[in-house]
Design a protein around this ligand. Structure first.
Ligand SMILES: Nc1nc2c(ncn2[C@@H]2O[C@H](COP(=O)(O)OP(=O)(O)OP(=O)(O)O)[C@@H](O)[C@H]2O)c(=O)[nH]1
Ligand SMILES: [Mg+2]
Length: 497
């Protein structure tokens, strides 16, 4: 479609032009634009307030370490954050158990919903010599159709959980933003993008699920934290349908249908169908590992504070930013980069956050990569490299430590072992051995090289190959990071040479 270009007269005010509403704006577009502007202003104001509060606080006590978590959607930022919380403020982490229980339940019913949809599509195919239907297509028999019927109440459970999570429905501004980024109407975005539940950082969803907590809540970290008598709690329905869910997941026709559609649910975020016994048990409370595996997409910038007991570091102030990456899907190799910007006091973090708070930055990031907007099944590794280059060359971040997590190494390992070739996604990998050690060494060197060439000034490069759903290995890495930061702090304070 041709783009209309408005001629600019010399005496027009350039600021006025930038701020003026687009020509021919409809009432609905205006409403959405005003909503986005209002939201951007609110975020900016709250950051200003926050910055002033921080400055006052920093003068009083041990200085906080500011950490910004960046990376693509699904790269593991929230999971990394949960690990920080679990390690340094386990009480706060465990106090959220009841909320994560609801998310695990939602993850389960969504996986079941995906399977029920696959069955429905198979049932709707005409049983004739259909053009696109191979002759050996799996057939949905009466037993499977009956199983599907019995599980249909779970769709209602999903609706109830979503209603609690997002009481006003999906955030209109997020929908508008996604549509803006891609030029694809929200309703037509790829199915796996459109379907994923996402909460905006401003949404106090954890408080909503805490309503499940009974009055006798002296211990959040136990089954006492749940009001088991709550008639709207989905636990009872999940328990009653547990055997049917297991039968569905183990059904051979279902597995064949999923295979045909290349739907590998076990590799998808928030997969719990292999833990149905635990998750559907009466009085289920998620373990720490389940909380790390639970998936809830976060949008916008969310801030978290983790109190420390160390004398030098007062607290971790952490921000997770998902701004620019929400519609990037397709991970043929599984490896994902998540980077942690560990700040020293005087970096431009506040300014960077402000920039990210503006919806414009999403457009800028995407405008630079048309292929992604039009072809969402892009190789995420290539996408990661582009984002990494942008981050390391950012002048505002020149004085920050950057720690790169090449995450989901477990998935990469299993994919390499299953025969997927790295060279098919990274041509320059050439004839190197297709094993995890060679692949990770190669990627580490590549990311280090980009950092060296693009950083405005030299800095130390830290890189970890991670599986952040694995608590133990991640905690060792986080302890190393803390030691490194403490060392730097003492060096800055001239306490060590
Ligand atoms: N197998 C595996 N799963 C992981 C790993 N890291 C994260 N996950 C899972 O991947 C999913 C996505 O992780 P998140 O931490 O929510 O990703 P995010 O970067 O915060 O994503 P957005 O909020 O969409 O930006 C979650 O279900 C995690 O449990 C990993 O190293 N290995
Ligand atoms: Mg997240």
């Amino acid at each position: 479609m041709p783009t209309k270009i408005r001629r600019r007269s010399m005496d027009e005010d350039p600021f006025g032009m930038v701020l003026a509403p687009p020509e021919g704006e409809t009432g609905e577009q205006r409403e959405v634009r005003l909503l986005l502007e209002k939201e951007a202003k609110e975020i900016s104001d709250s950051i200003d307030e926050q910055l002033s509060r921080e400055k006052a606080q920093e003068k009083k006590g041990p200085r906080p370490v500011k950490v910004l978590l960046l990376g693509q959607s699904e790269s593991g930022k929230s999971t990394t954050l949960k690990n920080f919380q679990l390690m340094y403020d386990s009480k706060a982490f465990r106090a959220e158990r009841a909320s994560w229980r609801a998310i695990v339940q939602l993850n389960v019913v969504r996986s079941i919903h995906v399977i029920l949809d696959v069955i429905t599509r198979a049932q709707n195919r005409r049983p004739t010599t259909g053009d696109d239907q191979p002759p050996d297509s799996p057939v949905v028999d009466d037993d499977l159709a009956a199983l599907k019927m019995r599980l249909s109440p779970l769709i209602r459970v999903e609706e109830i959980l979503m209603q609690r999570l997002i009481p006003n429905g999906p955030d209109k501004s997020d929908a508008a933003r996604l549509a803006q980024l891609t030029n694809i109407p929200y309703s037509e975005l790829p199915r796996n993008v459109n379907r994923e539940v996402a909460v905006h950082s401003a949404n106090p969803w954890k408080d909503v699920f805490k309503r499940l907590v009974g009055s006798d809540n002296e211990s959040f970290d136990s089954e006492k934290a749940i009001d088991w008598e709550d008639p709207t709690d989905p636990g009872a329905v999940l328990h009653a349908l547990a055997d049917d869910m297991k039968a569905l997941w183990n059904n051979r026709t279902v597995q064949a249908l999923l295979d045909r559609q290349n739907l590998r649910l076990q590799e998808a975020a928030g997969f719990f169908l292999d833990s149905l016994d635990e998750v559907t048990s009466l009085k289920y409370m998620p373990s720490d590992d389940h909380i790390l595996r639970a998936r809830l997409k976060t949008l916008g910038i969310s801030e978290h504070r983790i109190k420390m007991t160390s004398a030098a570091i007062g607290e971790y102030m952490m921000w997770e930013d998902t701004g620019h990456c929400e519609v990037r899907v397709g991970a043929p190799l599984g490896i994902l980069a998540c980077w942690v910007l560990a700040d020293c006091a005087n970096s431009g973090l506040g300014a960077v956050l402000r920039r990210h708070a503006s919806p414009n930055c999403y457009t800028t990031d995407f405008a630079s990569d048309d292929v992604l907007a039009e072809e969402p099944r892009v190789n995420r590794l290539a996408d990661s490299v582009n984002l990494w280059t942008t981050i390391v060359s950012n002048k505002l971040l020149a004085n920050t430590n950057i720690i790169l997590f090449l995450n989901k190494i477990d998935i990469m390992k299993s994919k390499l072992e299953s025969g997927i070739k790295l060279v098919n996604y990274v041509n320059s990998y050439g004839k190197r051995p297709n094993d995890l050690e060679s692949a990770s060494n190669y990627l580490r060197k590549k990311f280090a090289g980009i950092q060296r060439e693009n950083s405005p000034s030299p800095r130390v490069f830290y890189c970890h190959m991670t599986t952040v759903t694995d608590r133990k290995s991640t905690q060792i890495i986080l302890a190393n990071i803390k030691d490194m930061l403490m060392h730097q702090y003492l060096e800055d304070a001239s306490l060590i040479p």
